[in-house]
Design a protein. Structure first.
Length: 561
């Protein structure tokens, strides 16, 4: 097995150039990426053994989902060993990786390795962005208001309410059916010839997720996209949907896949902020202020962009100080946010109270010596980075001190896991209690956060800091429920050969919430549960704002107006 990081940028960049190449065996041999049954079984056994000794398994997640990851992986032995084609082998390995139920862990394509016949839209760890996958002129969201696999039409591309969608069809279609056979709010009861519950069950092994709610969100996002996320038997040349309208009529529609950048959306699934005006945008958030005299600041949070978060938050605080806004309530809309790092830096500035940050651990295994070497190299070359930006508020000294002392000593003692320390030593050194004080200049008004299962990772850490420290009021649904300290990535080769197969990842450490619980698969809960449904979809943000204003009034905060 070879570590992927020393060469992964160039290797995966090359892999993306050949995404559409076939994956047949090398002529005249059984030593191509498909291998032989014996090689595939040896690879399967090596993956299970490495997972057993490296993976930081989350007991809260395993209990919540009612499964044992190693047992679930073992069930896929026959699918891997008996794969007859490259596609069979690839999707068996995808299912094997995803059996751990960890949103962070993806399967990577590598040069000269395995890839499916159709590889468009597959994610890689680094390298140039692939072309945007083609997209049906529809957006789908889960209905979290009931039981079972509820999904609904959340948005349509402009011009797709009539001619292009085709005529209504199917038994039970009524004269009053929406034009074109499709409307926002229609419930999806079948996909590509399968009932929705059957399709959801078949798709589960191919959607990376750490919670049930997160799985359903990512499945809904994936359904309209023409990607290789699903194996051939779950996708087609177009998207075939069976819909049930609000009037109870059942209709079938076929939607083509179109160039994504040519679709203009009606915007019914997007957040809307009536009464607020956009001031400026950053990679981290967009700033909105009320058009009237209400004492509110609205942040539409995009992600915890490590390359710009500190500068973006500093700009916000400077403007708020100059314009007398620091005593205003902050409403932070994280319903479409992603992850990143340095969220505690933002928390120190958007609210007034001391708080405990997240902590982290690392499981000791054979992956740790090369992990330590990698971090030493990063530190020497001044690249303690995450996504192009610094992961730490210092120069990495706190992180390296921990690696050279606590981590090294834990290995020498033969410990199974390290003692928890402030997460990635990003905001505090290893001997800190993790209590962070507000910045000298900070907002002093109440904080309200809109939350949902769209994202996770560092977003989940941010939510746990807010909830576990009682820093604000959270409305909506919990975040995606996935977070760890670090992953370890390697190029897998068939044992005993130098033949590359795929890139494989392991989660090697836990994020510890401020309340002491493991975060992976265990997201912070909201204060006010407000599920997205087919009925409230177009006005969902109106309901979030109503809940926010009610809360502010209940704590005696006069927003004015």
């Amino acid at each position: 097995m070879r570590p992927i990081r020393p060469f992964r940028r160039a290797a995966l960049g090359l892999a993306l150039l050949v995404l559409f190449a076939g994956c047949a065996e090398r002529p005249g041999t059984q030593e191509g990426p498909l291998g032989t049954p014996q090689l595939r079984e040896a690879l399967f056994d090596s993956i299970l053994a490495m997972t057993a000794r490296r993976e930081a398994f989350s007991q809260p997640k395993n209990e919540a989902l009612g499964y044992d990851p190693l047992q679930e992986m073992e069930k896929l032995r026959d699918a891997v060993v008996n794969a007859a084609t490259a596609d069979d082998f690839f999707y068996a390995l995808v299912a094997l990786s995803n059996a751990r139920r960890d949103r962070h862990l993806s399967l990577g394509l590598v040069p000269d390795g395995l890839r499916p016949t159709f590889a468009h839209g597959l994610e890689a760890w680094e390298g140039p962005d692939p072309p945007e996958p083609r997209h049906a002129p529809i957006r789908i969201r889960p209905d979290y208001g009931g039981e079972g696999p509820g999904y609904f039409v959340a948005d349509l591309a402009e011009g797709w309410r009539q001619e292009e969608a085709g005529e209504s069809a199917g038994e039970g279609a009524a004269d009053g059916a929406p034009e074109g056979g499709i409307a926002v709010g229609d419930r999806i009861i079948g996909v590509n010839g399968r009932p929705m519950d059957s399709f959801q069950e078949a798709a589960l092994p191919f959607i990376r997720h750490s919670t049930v709610a997160g799985f359903r969100w990512k499945l809904a996002e994936a359904l309209p996209r023409a990607t290789a996320l699903f194996p051939p038997d779950l996708r087609g040349d177009s998207l075939l949907l069976e819909l049930r309208g609000r009037d109870g009529s059942v209709r079938s529609v076929g939607l083509p896949y179109l160039d994504a950048d040519e679709l203009a959306w009606e915007g019914l699934s997007e957040p809307r902020y009536p009464g607020f005006a956009l001031q400026w945008s950053t990679p981290t958030f967009d700033l909105y202020l009320p058009r009237d005299r209400r004492r509110l600041v609205l942040l539409q949070w995009h992600r915890f962009e490590s390359s710009s978060l500190m500068a973006d938050v500093d700009r916000l605080v400077a403007q708020a100080q100059a314009e007398g806004l620091l005593d205003h309530a902050v409403i932070l809309d994280a319903t479409q946010s992603g992850g990143g790092s340095l969220g505690a830096y933002a928390v120190q500035r958007i609210q007034p109270r001391p708080f405990k940050t997240t902590f982290g651990t690392v499981r000791i295994s054979d992956a740790i010596p090369p992990f330590m070497e990698e971090k030493e190299a990063d530190f020497r070359e001044e690249r303690i980075y995450d996504g192009g930006g610094p992961e730490v508020v210092d120069d990495g000294t706190w992180l390296m001190e921990w690696i050279r002392t606590d981590l090294a000593e834990a290995m020498e003692r033969g410990d199974s896991v390290t003692v928890p320390v402030p997460f990635k030593l990003a905001h505090a050194p290893r001997d800190s209690d993790g209590i962070l004080q507000p910045a000298p200049v900070h907002f002093t008004g109440p904080l309200v956060v809109f939350s949902g299962p769209h994202g996770g990772s560092h977003l989940d850490q941010f939510m746990s800091i807010v909830v576990d420290n009682d820093l604000g009021y959270v409305v909506g649904m919990p975040a995606g429920g996935y977070s760890n300290t670090w992953e370890w990535e390697e190029v897998l080769t068939f044992p005993g050969t130098e033949l590359p197969v795929v890139g494989f990842m392991w989660s090697i450490g836990h994020t510890i919430r401020p309340n002491g619980e493991v975060l992976e698969g265990n997201p912070a809960q909201v204060h006010e549960w407000l599920p997205l449904t087919a009925e409230n979809g177009p006005r969902y943000h109106d309901l979030l704002f109503h809940a926010a204003f009610q809360h502010l009034a209940s704590v005696g905060y006069e927003a004015g107006g």
